[in-house]
Design a protein around this ligand. Structure first.
Ligand code: HEC
Length: 187
């Protein structure tokens, strides 16, 4: 009788312990899933707070490093902010097997060919001013823009596209709020 009671108690302890471990694992799983799960659209209104957060993400994401021309001292030329490669800027040298950039860091050459950084200001003719939020997120996630062009290196959509919807929307909201600059970057 006492043995049965002990066995029963041990089983209850085991079941409780198992439950606790399972609960802990589920919590951990949902915590990490939260990091990569896109947030619902309701969390992404085009608010001033979202655009302000987007400006921080644009700084952190180094968008100006490649999408803005540089002054002689290497600092981004904010008069051209995010307008991409400017016609007439030097081209990167062609050295087989080596990735090269121009001094502006707006043109790149590598085994894939030549890439010119794009105008991502909200200019409607030459920038991304006509893009919807959905088109922007699609481009950042898939590396294919609304014109069906596949984005070449060094545009790092592979990692940037892993940001949750709310962060990509914040970047979009910020980009739509900056000064539109008319600058046509040819293919
Ligand atoms: C290391 C350089 C580099 C960085 C950093 C970078 N980009 Fe780019 N980006 C490029 C280049 C180069 C292209 C053009 C690719 C092509 O045409 O194949 C591009 C293209 C794009 C496009 C597509 C535009 C179009 O018209 O198709 C978008 C949108 C974009 N970048 C957004 C961003 C944002 C937002 C950031 C910062 C979070 C960023 N990029 C950071 C180099 C960069």
């Amino acid at each position: 009788m006492a043995r049965h009671l002990l066995t029963g108690l041990a089983m209850i302890v085991l079941i409780l312990f198992g439950g606790l471990v399972g609960y802990h694992m589920a919590r951990q799983k949902s915590a990490s899933a939260h990091l990569i799960r896109p947030l619902p659209a309701a969390a992404t209104p085009a608010s001033a707070a979202s655009a302000a957060w987007g400006s921080q993400l644009v700084l952190l994401g180094g968008c100006n490093d490649c999408h803005t021309t540089k002054l002689a001292n290497g600092q981004p030329n904010m008069a051209d902010m995010l307008a991409g490669y400017q016609p007439g800027s030097p081209m990167p040298p062609a050295i087989p097997g080596v990735v090269t950039g121009n001094p502006q860091l707006t043109a790149w050459r590598g085994p894939w060919g030549l890439t010119l950084s794009r105008n991502i200001t909200p200019d409607k003719q030459t920038g991304i001013g006509t893009w919807t939020l959905a088109q922007f997120i699609h481009t950042m996630r898939t590396g294919v823009d609304p014109r069906g062009r596949a984005l070449l290196p060094p545009m790092n959509y592979q990692n940037l596209g892993r940001l949750p919807d709310a962060d990509l929307a914040a970047i979009y909201n910020y980009l739509m709020s900056v000064k539109p600059i008319h600058n046509l970057v040819h293919d």
